[in-house]
Design a protein around this ligand. Structure first.
Ligand SMILES: Cc1ncc(C[n+]2csc(CCOP(=O)(O)OP(=O)(O)O)c2C)c(N)n1
Ligand SMILES: [Mg+2]
Length: 343
């Protein structure tokens, strides 16, 4: 995984050990760097396997990792959160506990896919042991479901906070309005996390809405909205931690996380047809993986050698998972209707 080590976000440059937010330790950053690198390594391999005809389709989380892992870190610290990701949240699922082997089984459509037994779309379905459900690939469909889950949790006397992830394009769906309005009326403990990469497939944000900040829409539902640098793990962690407190005590919050989509919409798309030349290269200068590596080195938390060792361990795990999944068989035809119809 060759990466430039010279760039870092402004926030990372300005930050020093003493400014690490409450509850965050150096060990958390190392742990989350390892998880982020593992997710990136798998993501890159999945894309390559698609080009070899071994993965039918994939949506990449490259560029979205700081948002996904920063919010997950806050969820883990809290200990009582339930996640409703969407199709671009591969890094979130890997970081939450999906193993490299399970990931590859799912993307390559092999028996052993823990989500849907190889039915595809990859990683779509429930992963209850990691407190995750992805309802479907229907844009914004998970929003109303997540709000319903939050209501159910409250009725059961639980203190669970629900994270509902979606893209900027999902904000054009009526379902988003229903979910936000209902959550607000009932003061439900939901954090709406918009991963704003400014594109819905090929449609840019300016063709979808006349507001610059999606966060500003929260006001119309009567709850707070914040725009966050979604390329900065620590900022995402901090914003989510505060949002958890708010959600549990007062009701919903909208976090608009500004991210960059490094890859095409999916493996079936070619973004060179609609993105200006150089846009992706520029975006990659703010690569969250590189930024976090730089932070760890600049703060003397890890040496370059230790970073290299984490990177190569991730690559090794990806290699092994790829080989295992490649050698595994598809589920037998006899299970095709299992779990589809009632018993
Ligand atoms: C209801 C619905 N309409 C259209 C689609 C086709 N579609 C799939 S992804 C997508 C774009 C979504 O963009 P965004 O919400 O910004 O998420 P991103 O892929 O950028 O992360 C569209 C239009 C769909 N899956 N569901
Ligand atoms: Mg988008």
């Amino acid at each position: 995984m060759p990466r430039k080590r010279t760039t870092s976000t402004q926030a990372n440059r300005a930050r020093s050990k003493s400014t690490l937010p409450k509850g965050l330790k150096n060990a958390d950053l190392v742990d989350y760097y390892s998880r982020m690198v593992q997710a990136r390594s798998l993501d890159e391999r999945i894309w390559a396997l698609n080009r070899q005809g071994k993965v039918p389709i994939a949506a990449s989380s490259q560029g979205h990792e700081a948002t996904q892992l920063g919010s997950l870190l806050a969820a883990e610290k809290d200990g009582d959160c339930f996640l409703f990701p969407y199709y671009r949240d591969l890094a979130l699922k890997v970081a939450a506990g999906l193993t490299p082997v399970q990931t590859m089984m799912s993307f390559m459509g092999k028996a052993g896919d823990p989500y849907s037994n190889a039915r595809q779309f990859p990683l779509q379905g429930a992963d209850l042991s990691n407190k995750i459900i992805q309802i479907s690939n229907v844009v914004a469909a998970g929003l109303t479901q997540s709000v319903g889950y939050a209501l159910g949790a409250r009725m059961a006397g639980e203190k669970t906070v629900v994270f509902s992830y979606f893209g900027d394009g999902a904000t054009s769906q009526g379902e988003l309005h229903e979910a936000m309005n209902f959550a607000s009326i009932h003061k439900l403990p939901v954090i709406f996390i918009c991963e704003n990469n400014r594109y819905a497939i090929s449609t840019p944000q300016r063709s979808q809405m006349m507001v610059e900040e999606i966060a500003s829409r929260a006001a119309s539902y009567g709850f707070p909205g914040f725009t966050v640098d979604g390329m900065d793990l620590i900022q995402c962690y901090e914003a989510t931690r505060e949002a958890i407190t708010h959600a549990r005590s007062q009701g919903p919050v909208l976090l608009e996380m500004l991210v960059e989509r490094f890859m095409s919409h999916t493996t079936d798309d070619d973004d060179r047809r609609y993105r200006p030349e150089g846009e992706v290269e520029k975006a990659r200068e703010r690569d969250p993986v590189v930024s976090l590596a730089n932070l760890l080195i600049n703060e003397s938390i890890l040496t370059q050698k230790e970073i290299d060792s984490i990177d190569s361990n991730a690559l090794k795990a990806t290699d092994e998972a790829t080989d295992l999944a490649d050698a595994s068989s598809q589920p037998p035809e006899s299970v095709l209707h299992d779990s589809v119809y009632g018993p």
